[in-house]
Design a protein around this ligand. Structure first.
Ligand code: ARG
Length: 470
């Protein structure tokens, strides 16, 4: 029955109990029940500190610690089900403690408030789940880089405006994705570093007059320090914004990669064959094999954008310090973190099992005059100003089109010379897609040796970033 006095921590002040529906409306247990372990951890360290500081008797502190440990075990074994009629996880745990220990249980809340408690629980939760997410991200980048290495020489068109632009390699394209994901990893580890401060002891907003030892609590919970300001500790959720932002950016990346995959899997491109286990069929069209997983990841990016906007909007008008609005933070943040994590795993599986069609990708290089820039560069190397070289190359392309030729290399040297006397026999070799790619070995370019260097740099950065995580 919702709202039994055993679980309501504020029943002393109010004579009337809220109606069941009203109580259920303001309850958060469905969302914050996943913070049970962190809540118990926080209470154990808090109780031990209360004992050490002489705020409660040492024996009481010891009894609280033992009982909290038992509650953790009971929850884990399932012998203690979480009461979904409780107001929130903090009320539930304290309620169980008090029902088992009587007055000793009623001592645990000295010097704290649910406001600093929930902020602490949430940060503790993030301190272990975000590194796990970073692990997923690192694995996903690793899987992409493996494919990039395999296809470091596989020629394909690079696109601008979704029009064939210049020859690149699949390795170059996949490494481009990884460069973005590596920055995402950096955003997560960066946010983790900043949230590594313990709010416990901030109380409702103004700390406590009791002689708490916040340093000891912070250390005991594995934080690097207590938070600096008690009002900030309970009022701000910028760490949630940073993580939701990092996650929304990661999902935006995945969404774009998935858009590439959907295009590549189409009959029009046929650059990629997605494994059957990562595709679905149609309920009506028997021939269909759809890239649903890629589409769904693309779709879920909308959710994480929504969650970020939800959190920003939630915070924007809030007066300092705590307001109940903040209770809404967890649903959006948990959903975002769950979503990005699931999508990373799905995306990785899809990429690992995908087969790329080298012939189709290479065939797509012909016919679109992708060698035109290299023709201009050839003339620049012979001393022509680039703008003139560009115009000359454009005229050559027009000549080709006028005569139904699909590549500049179909023109004879004499024909080319009508546009510039600088053309010589070495032009044909310079225009092959392979030569175009190999010439681009400067920093960032698609030449296979340069892409391999980029891959090594990214692998090194990921190793370095992951080594800073717990
Ligand atoms: N369930 C609340 C939350 O998630 C815990 C803090 C409640 N504090 C309060 N003063 N009502 O924010």
């Amino acid at each position: 029955m919702p709202g039994t006095n055993a679980q309501v921590l504020w029943s002393g002040r109010l004579e009337e109990k809220p109606a069941a529906a009203a109580f259920a409306f303001q309850s958060s247990i469905m969302v914050d029940k996943r913070l049970a372990v962190e809540d118990i951890q926080g209470s154990r360290v808090h109780a031990a500190m209360l004992g050490k500081q002489g705020i409660i008797p040492q024996e009481t502190a010891a009894a609280l610690d033992a009982e909290l440990a038992r509650i953790a075990l009971d929850l884990e074994s399932g012998s203690l089900p979480i009461d979904l009629g409780a107001e929130d996880i903090h009320s539930f745990i304290e309620g169980v403690l008090t029902s088992r220990l009587g007055d000793a249980g009623r001592m645990v809340h000295a010097g704290r408030s649910r406001n600093d408690q929930v902020a602490t629980d949430l940060r503790l939760y993030l301190k272990h789940t975000v590194p796990e997410l970073c692990g997923e991200l690192g694995e996903t980048i690793g899987a992409l880089l493996d494919q990039a290495e395999t296809y470091a020489e596989a020629l394909m068109p690079g696109y601008t405006h979704l029009q064939r632009a210049q020859p690149v390699t699949l390795g170059h394209h996949l490494t481009a994705w990884c460069a973005g994901l590596e920055r995402d990893l950096g955003r997560f580890t960066d946010a983790l570093r900043r949230l590594d401060e313990c709010p416990l002891g901030a109380g409702a907003l103004a700390g406590s007059g009791l002689p708490l030892d916040r340093e000891a609590v912070a250390r005991g919970l594995g934080f690097s320090a207590p938070t600096l300001n008690s009002m900030d500790s309970v009022a701000d959720r910028d760490f949630a914004l940073e993580l939701a932002g990092a996650a929304a950016i990661t999902m935006t990346h995945l969404s774009r990669f998935c858009e590439d995959l959907v295009l590549w899997a189409s009959e029009e491109f046929r650059f990629i064959t997605l494994s059957e286990s990562w595709s679905t069929g149609s309920s009506i069209m028997p021939q269909k094999k759809n890239p649903d997983f890629a589409e769904l990841i693309r779709g879920k990016a909308g959710r994480t954008t929504g969650n970020l906007v939800c959190l920003l909007t939630l915070l924007k008008g809030l007066p300092y310090a705590y307001n109940k609005d903040l209770q809404e933070d967890k649903e959006a943040l948990f959903d975002t973190l769950d979503t990005v994590r699931a999508c990373l795993g799905m995306f990785r599986g899809m990429v690992r099992t995908a087969v790329f069609n080298r012939e189709r990708m290479e065939a797509a290089l012909s016919g679109g005059f992708l060698e035109a820039t290299d023709l201009a560069d050839y003339l620049v190397r012979k001393g022509l100003p680039f703008r003139t070289a560009h115009e000359t190359a454009a005229l050559v392309v027009r000549d080709c089109i006028a005569q139904g030729q699909r590549s500049i290399t179909e023109r004879t040297l004499e024909e080319l010379k009508t546009r510039s006397p600088l053309f010589a026999g070495d032009i044909y070799q310079a225009l092959s897609p392979k030569a175009c790619v190999e010439a681009r070995k400067g920093a960032g370019g698609p030449a296979p040796e340069e892409v391999r260097r980029q891959i090594a740099v990214l692998r090194g950065r990921i190793r370095q970033e992951r080594s800073t995580l717990p």
